[in-house]
Ligand binder design. Structure first.
Ligand SMILES: Cc1cc2nc3c(=O)[nH]c(=O)nc-3n(C[C@H](O)[C@H](O)[C@H](O)COP(=O)(O)O)c2cc1C
Length: 419
């Protein structure tokens, strides 16, 4: 029986272990996690979600504090259109986060950054342009365009000297989304270097409907994308993502012609993952019934999360003056509307209110209180040892990576017991 290590992901004349660790914002896929993937010959992702906050935490910068100070006067105002990102500062944070990560890179693999279009940041086009170009400035190996259709994103960086050299890829959940992306970008004469096909069992936001995600299957969509590319004579590596839990699951995609897999959930319980240890234990202990797909994300995309996540039902004041990553071009966010509705129903006070239909995603992600996860999170307990106190032993990213790379027969190697 084959194992993942029998395959290689090729970009030009370079070969990699065909395992990508997916981008997990906000700083769940840390630089440390991505660096491990690169050291081991695969591909790791950092994420640029809430990059100013990530920079503050990593490098003691004061982007968030300064922005809060600047817009403090607006905190009680529900019109957030004046709360703008300073593009210079945004670029500085992006260059720091990415540049320092790239400086630390060792080994034969690559580091990509996950850039979500849904981070509209009160100025969708200009903030995305800034993020993409600053990422290229900082020497990132590649950019994965996610959470959105990204029809115009290639054009936003087309003038950058590294536009044709860096690896650029897109996440799609259907062959149709890929077709439209390719059509919209045809005039740039620049194909994506890889396409990640993300199915309905992934963590984070899903590219399917809240009611119909169960009807889709990653093998089927991957096959459709492979067939389409073949028919068009396009040789673009296809990476399958979402619910690939064992090395054998990965092999099933590699054998059908995928060039690699993107995985994330199994790495959420590694020491290198950015989630607090307490939250990692929540992931370990979750049962199948604890994992839900809901509509609380203000992005409008369904999101998978643990149902006991503190992000559901909290009634916190929108934190846009400090963050504001989900404000649309006119300064709106669906959470603000829901929050206002509840405040109004509570005689104008936010004391004790609970907002059930939407969540303040920026604040909750920033505080690791939105426990987004993949469908198979309930199987994580089978990947480690239960300790006498009922907790589970955390894993190393290297252990999980190598388990994907070398395991066969759907087995999962347990780590050595730590004393
Ligand atoms: C905790 C968590 C956070 C995630 N955050 C993001 C994100 O910010 N952007 C994104 O494009 N994908 C995100 N994803 C999706 C992963 O990058 C990946 O494609 C997917 O989860 C792979 O499936 P698996 O988790 O079943 O291995 C996230 C996944 C998890 C588990």
């Amino acid at each position: 029986m084959k194992r993942v290590d029998d395959f290689r992901l090729r970009f030009g004349d370079k070969e990699y272990v065909p395992i990508m660790i997916g981008g997990m914002g906000v700083d769940i896929s840390t630089a440390g996690l991505a660096l491990e993937a690169a050291r081991l010959g695969g591909i790791g992702h950092i994420s640029d979600a809430m990059v100013e906050d990530v920079s503050d935490r990593r490098f003691d910068t004061t982007f968030v504090k300064d922005k809060t100070k600047l817009y403090k006067h607006n905190i009680l105002n529900m019109d957030k259109s004046s709360v703008q990102f300073d593009l210079e500062r945004l670029a500085e944070a992006q260059r720091l986060h990415i540049g320092r990560t790239m400086e630390a890179k060792k080994g034969p693999g690559l580091i990509f950054v996950n850039c979500m279009e849904k981070l509209t940041m009160n100025g969708p086009k200009e903030t995305l342009r800034t993020r993409l170009n600053a990422a290229l400035d900082a020497g990132i190996d590649g950019i994965t365009l996610s959470a959105g259709l990204h029809f115009g994103s290639f054009a936003l960086m087309a003038d950058h000297p590294r536009f044709r050299e860096a690896k650029l890829g897109i996440i799609v959940s259907s062959v149709r989304a890929l077709q439209i992306f390719l059509r919209k970008n045809a005039k740039l004469d620049r194909l994506p270097d890889y396409v990640i096909v993300e199915g309905p069992l992934a963590g984070g936001h899903l590219g399917f409907g809240l009611d119909d995600w169960k009807e889709f299957d990653l093998h089927v969509i991957t096959q459709e994308v492979l067939d389409y590319l073949k028919k068009e004579g396009l040789s673009i590596p296809v990476i399958a993502a979402g619910g690939v839990f064992t090395g054998s699951d990965a092999v099933s995609f590699l054998e059908m012609g995928a060039a690699g897999v993107q995985v994330a959930t199994r790495f959420t319980v590694t020491k290198e993952c950015g989630l607090p240890d307490k939250v990692k234990q929540e992931y370990f202990k979750a049962s199948e019934e604890d994992i839900i797909v809901n509509g609380v994300s203000p992005t409008g995309y369904p999101m998978r999360m643990l149902k006991n996540t503190p992000a559901i039902g909290a009634g916190i004041r929108p934190g846009c003056e400090s963050y504001g990553y989900l404000l649309d071009a006119s300064g709106n966010c669906a959470y603000i509307n829901s929050y206002n509705r509840e405040v109004l129903a509570n005689n104008g006070s936010d004391k004790g209110i609970s907002v059930m239909d939407k969540t303040c995603l920026c604040t909750h992600m920033r505080n690791f209180n939105c426990w987004t996860c993949g469908h198979y999170t309930y199987r994580l307990k089978d990947t480690s040892h239960k300790l006498p106190n009922g907790d589970y032993q955390l894993l190393s990213a290297e252990h999980v990576f190598k388990d994907y790379q070398f395991s066969t027969d759907n087995t999962i190697a347990l780590p050595e017991k730590e004393l």
